[in-house]
Design a protein around this ligand. Structure first.
Ligand code: MG
Length: 320
């Protein structure tokens, strides 16, 4: 009898563990920022790990609920990033309704599968009025879901931090009027490399803001980690919303030594990380071959080296 009850208790623990690992939003609830750390509804530290879709205007075929389910189940993603292209022809600026359909399919997939989702304004230049209208709409529609994270400027290129800061405050004000609490990610200048400039002049007066740093391990090494360490030491919360193992061009060999150093550093600092990207372009960083279906169920032969290795890395953190 005693043995039987021990067995039943152990079974319940195992099932609960599997259940909660597979359902991060159920487990963590609404996220917030405490000091420099992303925390869950109990105030415990959280590290999200996942995948970014490629630009929706070039890889729309992967923007569906089924591929999100596959990334949650088979790649252990606790977050996905919907990268809504803003700028190139055929992206949000001239195809607004179609673009929102694509992004919202991924949002719906994340809500249905109980993972977090980043709504990424994937732009390299400023479009203030369009961003304000878009994020107001997203906040109204999804601000009550704990799943949602807003990323309001993927990678500024030529704009100074002063300009990016001014833009960010305008967009944050619009979101906060509607949604008081979900996490907002703010870009840093020069492809999200100049986090030290943010550290010296951060946005103040708001809660649940984090700043993004992006790295490509073949190009970016200790210097970018040193800058980020400096920002952390100044109390700046950091989220790595885009990263990968090869050169910043998205091509070249994967630098495993550098990539592993970055992953160890992120884990040591409890920084969340999202890998680039779900696409089938002929380049190192696109994780899929054109044989990959639109909707997941990808075989090993559908995955390129970066896809195989990224999936392995994400699955190695499955229980964390
Ligand atoms: Mg909210």
């Amino acid at each position: 009898m005693k043995l039987k009850s021990i067995f039943i208790t152990a079974t319940i623990i195992v099932i609960t563990t599997i259940f909660t690992n597979a359902q991060p939003v159920k487990k963590h609830g609404p996220l917030s920022v405490k000091g420099i750390q992303l925390v869950n509804q109990k105030g415990d530290d959280v590290v999200l790990r996942g995948i970014s879709y490629g630009w929706h205007n070039w890889w729309p075929r992967f923007y569906n609920t089924a591929s999100v389910k596959w990334l949650a189940d088979d790649w252990s993603c606790t977050v996905v990033r919907a990268a809504m292209g803003v700028g190139p022809r055929g992206s949000y600026i001239d195809k607004k309704e179609w673009s929102k359909e694509k992004i919202e399919a991924v949002i719906k997939g994340a809500i249905d599968n109980d993972i977090y989702v980043i709504i990424d304004w994937h732009s390299h230049e400023i479009h203030t009025e369009e961003a304000k209208i878009f994020f107001a709409e997203m906040a109204k529609k999804y601000g009550q879901y704990p799943n949602i994270i807003y990323e309001i400027f993927n990678e500024p290129v030529n704009d100074s931090w002063e300009t990016v800061k001014k833009y960010s405050i305008e967009v944050i004000d619009v979101i906060r009027e509607i949604d008081p609490d979900n996490i907002i990610l703010v870009g840093s200048p020069h492809w999200d490399q100049d986090i030290h400039l943010v550290a010296d002049n951060p946005i103040t007066g708001y809660t649940n803001l984090m700043y993004t740093v992006h790295f490509y391990a073949g190009t970016h090494k200790k210097q970018l980690r040193d800058r980020t360490d400096y920002a952390l030491s100044k109390g700046i919360p950091v989220f790595i919303s885009e990263c990968a193992g090869m050169e910043a061009s998205g091509n070249g060999m994967i630098d495993y030594k550098s990539w592993n150093t970055w992953i160890d550093w992120m884990e040591k600092n409890k920084i969340s990380w999202v890998c680039w990207s779900i696409a089938d372009k002929n380049e190192t960083c696109s994780m899929l071959y054109p044989t990959a279906s639109d909707s997941g169920n990808w075989k090993t032969t559908d995955l390129k080296e970066s896809g195989i290795k990224t999936r392995e890395k994400l699955n190695s953190f499955k229980s964390k």
